[in-house]
Design a protein. Structure first.
Length: 427
C-alpha cells in the first residue's frame, strides 16, 4: 500500500520529484471551460449564473440571497453539541488572530518631516464555502474571523445550493456565529466570477478567499488581478518527522487523516527508525478498513504516500525544509527543539498530542495554508491577508531643500529628467 524508501541521496530525491508533480499542469479543458464561464458572467451577470447553477447543481433557487432570518434560523436546526463546539473553536481562532493585528503609525522628525503608515481593512471580502458532499463549516470560521479582526467592512459568502435548492444548515449556522453579512446560494466558477465582477444581485468584492474544487481554484487563479485572492491551493499534504520514540498507531492515523481528503492528497513520513517505519505500515493496514473513506485513503497512499528512512535527524530536517509541506508534524522525544530548524511549513504540530485535525478545527492558528511547496515563500491566511497599507509623507520646504541634491542626482542617473525637474522647479 505504501513504499518504504531508504534515503541514499538519490532514492528520496526521485520520490520527492514524483510527489511534486502530483498536481501537475492545470487541465487545458478546465481552463477553457472556466474562461468561458467567467466571460459569460461578466457579460450577462445573474442570467448566466442562473444557467450554470441549474446545469451544474441541478436546481437554481428562486432567490440567490439567503435572508438574515433564514441564516439565523439555522442555529435552531443544527446539533446543539456541534454548535457549542464551533463557538469554542471560534473563541480560540479569535484569540490567536487578535495577536496578529498591526497598528498604524506616525513618525515625526526634528526637521518637521512627518511620515507614517495607515492600516485598514478591505472594504468587502468574498468567501467561497463548498456546500455539497464536501461541506466545511470550519472554513467559514477560519476565513471570517481574521477578516473581522482586520476590520473588513462587509463579508459576503457564496455556497452551492443542495439538490433541493436550499443551503446546508451547518454552513448557515457557522456564518451566523462568525458574523457573515450576506449569503448567496451559488457555487462553482460562476460564483467566483459573480463576486469578482459583480452582478445585479451580488456586489463586487476586493478579495476572494476559501477552498473549492479545480474549477473554483482555476477561476480564482484566472481572476487574480481583477480581485485579490488568498492563494491557489493544490491537493492537501502532511509530512511527519519521527524518531524511535514515535507511536506507529498515531503516525498511521495522522497520515490517513490527511489522505482521506482526496486521492491526490500526499502523506509522507520521515523517520530515523526502520522499526517505526515497518510498524507504521502494519498500522495503516490494520486501521484502514475501519474508516469510511477507505478507498480514497488507499489510492492516496498508494500513489502519493511514502515512508523515508533517514540516516540522521539532520537529514530529516533538510528534507522537511525542501518539501515545505502544508502540515508538518514533529513526533520526536523533544519536539520543541525543532521550532527554530523547520523554516518551510504552513503549520507545525509539535508532539504526539498535537495531531493535524487539532489545527483544522480548534486550536486557533489558521487552517488555510500554502500547499505544493509554496510554504517556502507563502504564509497561512491571517489578519494581514485582509488589510491594505498606505504610507504618507510630509516635508517642509527646508527639508526638501536639504534632500534636493541627493534626489536630483539619483533621478539624473536614471535619466528621468522630469523627476529631477519636479524637485528643482521648487527652488
Amino acid at each position: 500500500m505504501i513504499e518504504i524508501v531508504t534515503a541514499d541521496g538519490r532514492a528520496e530525491q526521485e520520490l520527492l520529484s514524483s510527489l511534486r508533480q502530483r498536481s501537475g499542469e492545470v487541465d487545458r479543458k478546465v481552463t477553457a471551460a472556466v474562461t468561458d464561464i467567467l466571460d459569460q458572467v461578466r457579460q450577462r451577470g445573474d442570467e448566466a449564473v442562473r444557467e450554470y447553477t441549474t446545469r451544474f447543481d441541478g436546481r437554481c433557487p428562486e432567490c440567490f440571497e439567503v435572508s438574515p432570518q433564514e441564516r439565523d434560523a439555522a442555529l435552531e436546526l443544527v446539533d446543539p453539541r456541534f454548535l457549542e463546539a464551533m463557538k469554542r473553536a471560534m473563541e480560540n481562532i479569535a484569540r490567536f488572530h487578535a495577536r496578529q493585528k498591526q497598528q498604524s503609525f506616525i513618525d515625526t522628525q526634528p526637521n518637521g518631516v512627518i511620515m507614517g503608515q495607515r492600516i485598514r481593512g478591505l472594504k468587502r471580502v468574498g468567501l467561497y464555502v463548498p456546500g455539497g458532499t464536501a461541506a466545511y463549516p470550519s472554513s467559514v470560521l477560519m476565513n471570517c474571523v481574521p477578516a473581522r479582526i482586520a476590520g473588513v467592512e462587509e463579508i459576503i459568502m457564496v455556497t452551492p445550493p443542495r439538490k433541493d435548492g436550499t443551503a446546508n444548515p451547518d454552513i448557515l449556522a457557522a456564518a451566523a456565529i462568525a458574523g457573515v453579512d450576506r449569503i448567496f446560494l451559488m457555487g462553482g466558477a460562476q460564483a467566483v466570477a459573480a463576486m469578482a465582477y459583480g452582478t445585479e444581485t451580488v456586489p463586487r468584492v476586493d478579495k476572494i478567499v476559501g477552498p473549492g474544487n479545480i474549477y473554483v481554484a482555476t477561476a480564482k487563479r484566472l481572476l487574480y488581478g481583477v480581485v485579490d485572492i488568498d492563494m491557489v491551493a493544490g491537493p492537501s499534504e502532511i509530512l511527519i518527522v519521527a524518531d524511535d520514540t514515535a507511536n506507529p498507531r498515531y503516525l498511521a492515523a495522522d497520515m490517513m487523516s490527511q489522505a482521506e481528503h482526496d486521492v491526490l492528497a500526499s502523506s509522507v513520513l520521515l523517520t530515523t527508525s526502520r522499526r517505526v517505519a515497518e510498524e507504521t505500515v502494519a498500522e495503516l493496514e490494520r486501521q484502514l478498513p475501519t474508516l469510511s473513506r477507505a478507498e480514497i485513503i488507499r489510492q492516496s497512499l498508494e500513489n502519493y504516500g511514502a515512508i523515508i528512512c533517514c540516516p540522521s535527524d539532520d537529514r530529516m530536517v533538510e528534507l522537511a525544509n525542501e518539501l515545505a509541506p502544508e502540515h508538518l508534524e514533529v513526533m520526536t522525544a523533544n519536539p520543541m527543539e525543532y521550532i527554530g530548524r523547520l523554516d518551510n511549513a504552513g503549520s507545525v504540530f509539535l508532539g504526539q498530542y498535537s495531531p493535524e485535525p487539532l489545527g483544522d478545527y480548534y486550536a486557533g492558528p489558521n487552517h488555510v495554508l500554502p500547499t505544493s511547496g509554496t510554504a517556502r515563500f507563502f504564509s497561512p491566511l491571517g489578519v494581514d491577508s485582509f488589510i491594505k497599507r498606505s504610507s504618507f509623507i510630509y516635508y517642509t520646504r527646508q527639508a526638501l531643500e536639504d534632500a534636493r541634491e541627493d534626489i536630483v542626482t539619483i533621478a539624473r542617473r536614471e535619466e528621468l529628467t522630469a523627476h529631477a525637474n519636479s524637485i528643482e522647479v521648487r527652488f
